[in-house]
Ligand binder design. Structure first.
Ligand SMILES: C[S@@+](CC[C@H](N)C(=O)[O-])C[C@H]1O[C@@H](n2cnc3c(N)ncnc32)[C@H](O)[C@@H]1O
Length: 355
């Protein structure tokens, strides 16, 4: 899976346990990102709707949530082997992200261009295409030269960026296959019917995912947009906004979303670095059912741990803290199930219940 800020890697085992314990058979992961939470729900036996506005998340959803027994994995492996053997063909990615910006080595950029072009030539249904695209984005992520955000690149190429791009088959995920949507969460909430639970992990501060991961969006879309600035961002980064990235609009967007959901159960992730107080969010959820919350102390994202650097790439300061508090809030109609939601919670390495 790609490096992704706000990704719930540390708390996935807790969410999987929660999904097994609650009386739910279907879940909508409304802000799916990498899909790692949706994968946990799937492993717990739930039917998952994987939703996000990002095109790359839609591809991950096809690979990890929708792919099931109907996917011909032999054909997928043969297609990946053919793509892996293609010689580089420098194009938009090489010029924009390797020469104008330096997210990848030019040799890897030329191979990304060749593979991305060849995917469009293949006769592939959405699940097969999602698997090929996921394999390409994950391979590119393993050889990038960033701190995990595509707002800047490292002054000196990261050692991993000198390695050749290697396509791997996306791992199969146990559990029933689900479906994938790409919609604004607030719109989807109004259309969602017959789903037991919604999992909400919205953007929590002003930093836009569309801008932070613009290269994945561009590679997935294959649309060669005009670009600007040192990071060669897509020109529509200037105009694409999520209300959840706005200090002014995000509370209203969250309240609207929670009000529009017809799922009996809601699970929400929130941390202490975002716009909202966990207590205020728990109170908002209290309007629709019984509520329980668990606070966990987790490592902060990699950029924070690497520290503060000047434009010459020299470390000029330390970040103020390297751990954050992550909250899981559960809301549902069954008081006993809510009250015992976090019983027997197994604490995993690096994650401790906060005092
Ligand atoms: C905190 S991240 C989710 C991380 C995810 N849980 C994971 O573990 O990878 C928030 C996600 O919300 C998506 N997003 C932003 N605004 C959205 C909206 N209005 N509707 C749906 N998704 C949105 C972003 O593309 C991003 O992937």
């Amino acid at each position: 899976m790609i490096k992704y800020i706000g990704s719930k890697r540390a708390v996935v085992p807790l969410l999987e346990g929660l999904a097994r314990r609650l009386p739910i058979a279907s879940v909508c992961d409304m802000f799916a990102g990498t899909t790692r939470v949706g994968q946990a729900f799937r492993r717990a036996g739930c039917r998952v709707v994987s939703n996000d506005l990002a095109s790359y998340s839609e591809a991950f959803g096809h690979a990890y949530i929708a792919a099931g027994a109907a996917l011909d994995r032999g054909r997928l492996r043969r297609a990946l082997a053919r793509l892996q053997a293609l010689p580089g063909a420098p194009g938009y990615v090489t010029e924009t992200f390797c020469e104008q910006a330096r997210f990848f080595s030019p040799a890897n950029g030329a191979r990304i261009d060749a593979i991305r072009g060849a995917i469009d030539e293949m006769d592939a249904d959405p699940v097969m295409r999602g698997c090929l695209m996921t394999s390409l984005i994950e391979a590119a992520d393993r050889v990038d030269s960033t701190c995990g955000l595509q707002m800047a690149y490292l002054k000196q190429p990261a050692p991993r960026s000198l390695r050749p791009l290697e396509l791997r088959e996306p791992d199969p995920v146990e559990g029933p296959p689900g479906i994938v949507t790409r919609a604004a969460a607030n719109d989807l909430a109004r259309a969602l019917d017959g789903v037991d639970c919604a999992y909400l992990d919205p953007p929590y501060n002003q930093h836009s995912y569309f801008s932070n991961y613009h290269a994945w969006e561009t590679i997935t879309r294959g649309d060669r947009p005009e670009s600007y600035g040192v990071a060669r961002k897509r020109v529509d980064c200037r105009t694409t906004r999520s209300p959840f990235n706005s200090a002014r609009d995000s509370w209203e967007a969250l309240a609207d979303l929670i009000g529009a959901l017809r799922t009996p159960w809601v699970i929400l992730s929130i941390n202490d670095e975002g716009f909202h107080e966990p207590a205020a969010v728990a109170e908002l959820l209290g309007g629709r059912g019984h509520v329980a919350a668990l606070a966990m102390d987790v490592p902060r994202y990699v950029g924070a741990r690497i520290g503060i650097h000047n434009p010459a790439g020299q470390r000029v300061g330390a970040v103020s803290h390297v751990r954050a508090t992550e909250w899981l809030i559960v809301c549902g109609p069954d008081r006993d199930a809510v009250e015992s939601a976090f019983d027997d919670t197994v604490v995993v390495a690096g994650v401790t219940p906060a005092a």
